[in-house]
Design a protein around this ligand. Structure first.
Ligand code: PMP
Length: 448
């Protein structure tokens, strides 16, 4: 179909997520028609490196023959049947595989269809665990400032990004918010490591003060992603587990963004052995093919729901355990084994570190943060004072539009440039991606 006709229909009918539509209409939209490996291809046939893995979901590239085949062959059987009270073959097999692949204490899989619902389920499951055990008064979560767990109301209640969440505050349930482990802009005015993780001690103080009320601690694993790829300092995740153990509360980890190898390990919580009681996964699970998510938990939590109807978990979605999504996920997990995806990451992670050192030298780069093949490059107008650029200049988006002209699709988080390519990117392609971002950051920031 003709580009101009598509643009007209796009502007007439669509409402894009996380997008100020008044701005969107002011420049020609990028309309993707096809994909191939790490490339997106637009309706004009132009190719772009998919620098943020189509919003952090793609792992093994677009149009992977193994996943295409798995979905096509499942289509010859059935596309969907409900999980409410009955089962389907791919959901059973995927649940087994996920239990095998996830940290040891996690033995039960509850499916849903996106990261927000996986977190919503985690919160309700954690709350009802205490109810089912007859423990009274447990009604508050402790989560973090700068947290992002999705856009549904429960997930927003434990979220902590004012720009996205403040407007909804009157609708939210109350939660305690501990300081963000944001070392570059430490909310406690300290420096790592001499701080001895003072932010974690503050979280502990909150749990201690409200321990009878606290259901559990909720956190992203290893990186506060949407807040700008804030990498937690060493010892932080382990500390979360220790505090949960000390006070006998649940640890709920959100691996939606950082799971499936992004950080160099299959699960970001693996780096410090911070095994959760409940874990939410989604995004990379189907290699970005189909919406699927899962909330995993322990036998201890699961068994508290056994018994009469009052203990039932009354939660479920129409598309829970969708067979097409499950076969895509099974094929995706097989590729991890067949291609040794994680082993192959080592030189790429090293190369990304080398590039980030180059960025560190730029005048308007305040901080660079990396965990595995994920990076955030924080742009500032003044390195001394760490002052941000004026918001109306939208420096992050200026870099994005410039990069698009050079064949790279990225999306910033404010003025943090995000690097999160599919894990199958080659070192050569990574070089090209980083070179384009480097040139664009330099050009845009130096002309401000
Ligand atoms: N948790 C985290 C850590 C996320 O980064 C996201 C999405 N970026 C979500 C939850 C929500 O996932 P979804 O967009 O699939 O609802």
């Amino acid at each position: 179909m003709d580009y101009n006709v598509l643009v007209e229909k796009d502007l007439r009918y669509l409402w894009h997520p996380f997008t100020q539509m008044s701005d969107y209409a002011s420049r020609p939209p990028l309309i993707i028609e096809r994909g191939e490996g790490i490339y997106l291809i637009d309706v004009h046939g132009r190719r772009y490196i998919d620098g943020v893995s189509s919003l952090w979901v793609n792992i093994h590239g677009h149009r992977r023959p193994e996943i295409d085949r798995a979905i096509k062959s499942q289509l010859d059987r059935i596309a969907h049947s409900t999980m409410l009270g009955i089962a389907n073959v791919p959901a059973i097999l995927l649940a087994e595989k996920l239990v095998e692949k996830t940290p040891e204490p996690l033995t039960r899989v509850f499916f849903s269809d996106n990261g927000s619902t996986a977190m919503e389920i985690a919160l309700k499951m954690a709350y009802q665990y205490w109810v089912n055990r007859g423990v009274k008064g447990k009604s508050r979560f402790v989560s973090l400032v700068n947290a992002y767990h999705g856009d549904t109301i429960g997930a927003v209640s434990v979220g902590g990004i004012d720009l996205f969440h403040a407007v909804y505050r009157p609708l939210l349930f109350p939660a305690y918010h501990a300081p963000s482990p944001y070392c570059y802009r430490c909310p406690l005015g300290k420096a790592y490591p001499s701080c001895a993780l003072a932010c974690l001690r503050e979280l502990e103080r909150i749990v201690d003060e409200h321990q009878d009320e606290v259901i559990g601690i909720v956190s992203e694993s290893a990186v506060q992603g949407a807040a700008g790829m804030i990498v937690m300092p060493d010892g932080y995740m382990r500390g979360l587990r220790e505090i949960a153990d000390k006070y006998g509360v649940l640890l709920i980890l959100d691996e939606v963004a950082m799971g499936f190898g992004r950080t160099g390990r299959m699960w970001a919580c693996e780096h410090e052995g911070a095994w959760p009681d409940i874990m939410a996964i989604s995004k990379g699970i189907t290699n970005g093919y189909l919406p699927l998510a899962a909330t995993l938990t322990t036998e201890e939590v699961y068994s508290s729901f056994l018994g009469d109807y009052t203990k039932t978990f009354y939660h479920g979605h129409s598309y829970t355990g969708n067979p097409l999504g499950c076969v895509a996920a099974l094929a995706n997990l097989e590729i991890f084994e067949k291609d040794r995806t994680l082993e192959a990451l080592v030189p790429k992670i090293r190369r990304l570190s080398q590039w980030l050192e180059e960025f560190r030298r730029l005048d308007f780069v305040g901080d660079v943060r990396q965990k595995g093949l994920v990076a955030g490059i924080e742009l500032v107008s003044d390195r001394e004072t760490k002052s941000p650029f004026p918001r109306e200049e939208a420096v992050g988006f200026q870099v994005v539009y410039k990069a698009r002209e050079m064949g790279v699709v990225i999306r910033p988080l404010g003025d943090v440039m995000v690097v999160m390519p599919p894990l199958v990117i080659s070192v050569k392609e990574l070089d090209r991606l980083m070179e384009v971002i480097y040139v664009c950051v330099k050009e845009v920031t130096e002309r401000q």
